[in-house]
Write a protein that binds this ligand. Structure first.
Ligand code: ADP
Ligand code: MG
Length: 329
């Protein structure tokens, strides 16, 4: 189906890997899993209007569709290798469709090449604009980072900064203030071009007791980690890593809300025993993303947040839905 579109994608995503015995063009790809490795596989779907706004540049969509999947592999401590792309496209005039597909493929290929990921197949159909990407990576047996290994006393860390993407989504409109527009540019780039923390995930292998990537918001995803580990966590709001662009674009309370519950961050949230914290933090600083200690693991279930005055904040009290208050700046 859609041979010309598939050809366009194929031509723009020519990443050569020795372990791809047969790539795009047959009924299935043939792939050689390295001896002695486990295969880590993940799939994520982006739907227009749900996971990216209408009007997003095709190259940004193609990048993000792969990035969110590489983020899942990063959170497992896996080395990315192969990807599949199922593309659902609404009708468009031929030239516009070709331009859209070229943009999607170019954005996808840019990130794929950065990580040596080969696009080995996919599917192309008509329908509401949707991309499903499946990724495959390798991890030595028993060394994958999982959600279920956190223990009371472990420290909770997060890579990079939180809340930028969610704030960027609220600031798609250009600002007439050049300084604010510069900040919005940074926040929108964090929304549209997330950088999967692959090197950080590999560095955490054998050291992090648990790991998850932050896609739905820190509180939700740390909550998943805690549930899987049968523990709880205490987070200090003042320790949340916030970019200067975020802090410049909204007040501190709104920045905290974006960081706690905004989502689309694609940073890694992980736990380490205190004895390993220093070396892990130094290594991630060297890798460029850095890691910030935001709290600790406790026995009591649930994620509790300690506010700036030392008071306990609870989702019920705060609502975690404060995006209306600063959207118009
Ligand atoms: P089939 O009918 O056997 O599923 P298709 O016509 O759907 O074959 O696909 C032909 C080839 O092109 C297959 O190798 C498939 O994996 C690949 N392909 C189709 N769509 C895409 C896409 N969006 N991205 C990458 N490869 C694709
Ligand atoms: Mg098919």
């Amino acid at each position: 189906m859609e041979f010309r579109l598939i050809d366009r994608i194929h031509a723009r995503t020519a990443q050569v890997r020795e372990d791809v015995r047969l790539g795009i063009g047959d009924d299935a790809a043939l792939l050689a899993v390295p001896a002695g490795q486990e295969l880590a596989v993940a799939i994520d779907t982006l739907v227009e209007g749900v996971h990216f706004p209408h009007g997003t540049a095709p190259a940004d969509i193609g990048w993000k569709a792969l990035a969110v999947n590489l983020s899942d592999l990063a959170a497992m401590g896996a080395t990315p290798a192969w990807a599949l792309l199922a593309l659902t496209l609404p009708e468009l005039p031929a030239a516009a469709q070709a331009a859209r597909v070229d943009g999607l493929a170019d954005g996808f290929a840019q990130l794929a090449q950065a990580y040596g990921v080969a696009l080995v197949g996919g599917d192309t159909t008509r329908g509401p604009f949707t991309l499903s990407v499946a990724v495959h990576g390798f991890v030595p047996p028993g060394q994958a980072l999982r959600r279920d290994g956190a223990r009371a006393g472990d420290l909770v860390f997060v890579t990079g900064t939180l809340g930028d993407a969610a704030a960027g989504l609220q600031r798609l409109a250009p600002s007439t203030d050049p300084d604010e527009e510069k900040r919005r540019g940074f926040l929108r780039a964090r929304l549209n071009r997330p950088q999967p923390r692959v090197a950080a995930g590999l560095s955490l292998r054998g050291r992090a007791s648990a790991c998850i990537d932050v896609s739905d918001g820190l509180l939700a995803d740390l909550g998943h980690l805690c549930t899987a580990s049968a523990v709880g966590a205490e987070i200090e709001v003042e320790r949340l890593p916030l970019s200067s662009a975020l802090l410049g674009s909204c007040d501190e309370a709104a920045a905290h809300d974006y960081a706690l519950a905004g989502g689309d961050d694609y940073e890694l949230c992980f736990t380490v025993p205190p004895a390993l914290a220093g070396e892990v933090q130094a290594d991630l600083a060297r890798l460029g993303c850095g890691a910030t200690r935001i709290g600790r693991i406790v026995e009591a279930p649930g994620v509790r947040v300690c506010g700036t005055e030392g008071e306990w904040l609870t989702p019920a009290r705060r609502g975690w839905d404060h995006f209306a208050d600063d959207a118009a700046r």
